[in-house]
Design a protein around this ligand. Structure first.
Ligand SMILES: *[C@@H]1O[C@H](CO)[C@@H](O)[C@H](O)[C@H]1NC(C)=O
Ligand SMILES: *[C@@H]1O[C@H](CO)[C@@H](O)[C@H](O)[C@H]1NC(C)=O
Ligand SMILES: *[C@@H]1O[C@H](CO)[C@@H](O)[C@H](O)[C@H]1NC(C)=O
Length: 421
């Protein structure tokens, strides 16, 4: 991680980041180099049903460095569960950074690309969809509706989904996902070292009841005027306004030449809409000088709120794992890091993904070009059949995040309160 000083103005910055790196605590780091298999335990979960998928140790079909390998799901319609242990730690009083890169080579249309942090003692051979976890983080895609970054925190034995929408990347290239949780109970979610969402654990998850609620006793005062606009009392109906007819005879109409007054009756011109007619008279609207604004109940302290200054703390983090169901395989994980230093994680991302991304993109485009050339030789009807099959896959998506979480569909009322805080 050599940093060369290219400009004297950068000196202070460089020295600072160097120091912070030197002091970074790295609880776990996995670049999937030789020997990775001794650190990771493949679970037996779903093996007896023949539904446990195999991992492929590879840099993938396109990459920025063929020697930089990761682990990739390699069989369709399979469950995947693998985990690694690290010395147990608590993030109390420290920042927690959880980061990894993921690439969906299969053009993922339904499946997860997330990882989990687990606490306490876990039988890694039995790690599966029902194993309790502390944090679940990363992209999840299914059809057009779900394209999001999951950030699930387990609090009081309940999995809580983030309430903010964080869209994930949907292309077939490597992206780095970073989750930062700070001791002041703030968090940030980064993709490719760019912050995509940030806020407070208090407001962006339903971990605790809201600090403030609308006063249920409060009533709108009788004299509260919430009409923003009123009819102008000065505006008067113009004289003769009501005499303007809605329709008038069409002056362009002519009595037909063959009209016979005796047989056809007296000819009258057909009527047309009167351009002068403006409908019933209404006074024009003016701003109400007495407008008091929209009435809102005042906020009061929520009697059900009991602060937990350790809301951000996971006291026994000990494992990192991947537990997925994949309809279509091809998701490649790499460069997992758990540290207390966002700067360290950032530099790791730059050194790996950052250095390789342009070459990877070029390799991908090359591969696409080749594929297109090959496909154009084939019968073009075939590609349609393939798409139909993909659509059917959507229905079978079984994201454990959706089925196992009890994240509140919060009422609009609560939402207002959170927004105001
Ligand atoms: C592993 O990935 C490489 C690169 O994409 C591929 O050539 C190979 O067939 C894969 N192996 C398995 C067992 O899927
Ligand atoms: C924890 O969960 C239990 C059961 O759902 C609930 O009764 C209790 O109030 C919760 N405690 C906190 C601090 O949220
Ligand atoms: C505004 O309030 C005053 C005092 O209540 C009242 O006299 C007046 O008519 C109100 N004006 C309008 C436009 O309602």
């Amino acid at each position: 991680m050599a940093i060369r000083v290219r400009h004297p103005n950068f000196l202070a910055l460089v020295v600072f980041s160097f120091l912070s790196i030197a002091s970074a605590k790295v609880f776990f780091e996995e670049r999937f180099e030789d020997g990775w298999e001794s650190r990771w335990v493949k679970s037996d979960w779903k093996k007896d049903e023949n539904l446990a998928g195999e991992w492929n140790y590879t840099s993938g079909q396109w990459n920025g460095d063929a020697n930089d390998k990761g682990i990739q799901t390699s069989e369709d319609y399979r469950f995947y569960a693998i985990s690694a242990e690290f010395p147990e730690f608590s993030n109390k009083d420290n920042t927690l950074v959880f980061q990894f890169s993921v690439k969906h080579e299969q053009k993922l249309d339904c499946g997860g690309g997330y990882m989990k942090l687990l606490s306490g003692d876990v039988d890694q051979k039995k790690f599966g969809g029902d194993t309790p976890y502390s944090i679940m983080f990363g992209p999840d895609i299914c059809g057009y509706a779900t394209k999001k970054v999951h950030a699930i925190l387990t609090y009081n034995d309940t999995n809580q989904l983030i309430k903010k929408d964080v869209p994930c990347e949907t292309d077939q290239l490597t992206h780095v996902y970073t989750f930062i949780i700070r001791p002041d109970a703030t968090y940030s979610i980064l993709i490719d070292n760019v912050e995509k969402q940030t806020g407070s654990l208090y407001t962006d998850w339903n971990l605790l009841p809201p600090k403030k609620i609308k006063d249920p006793e409060a009533k709108k005062p009788e004299d509260w005027d919430d009409k923003e606009f009123i009819p102008d009392p000065e505006d008067k109906k113009p004289e003769g306004y009501d005499d303007i007819p809605k329709e008038i005879p069409d002056s362009d109409a002519k009595k037909p030449e063959d009209w016979d007054d005796e047989e056809d009756g007296e000819w009258t011109a057909p009527t047309i809409a009167n351009p002068e007619y403006k409908g019933p008279w209404k006074a024009k609207k003016i701003k109400n000088p007495n407008y008091s604004g929209k009435w809102k109940a005042p906020l009061i302290d929520n009697p059900d709120f009991k602060d937990d200054p350790d809301i951000y703390v996971f006291p026994k983090l000990k494992y990192v794992g991947i537990e997925l169901w994949q309809v279509k395989s091809g998701t490649l994980f790499d460069n997992v890091v758990i540290t207390d230093d966002p700067e360290y994680a950032k530099q790791l991302a730059e050194e790996t993904w950052g250095k390789q991304k342009d070459a990877e993109k070029a390799a991908f485009e090359e591969a696409e070009k080749k594929k297109e050339e090959e496909e154009s030789k084939d019968d073009p009807v075939d590609s349609d059949a393939e798409e139909d099959e993909e659509d059917a896959d959507d229905a079978s998506h079984d994201s454990d995040a959706d089925s196992k979480t009890e994240a509140g569909e919060e009422s609009d009322e609560n939402k207002d309160v959170h927004d105001e805080l």
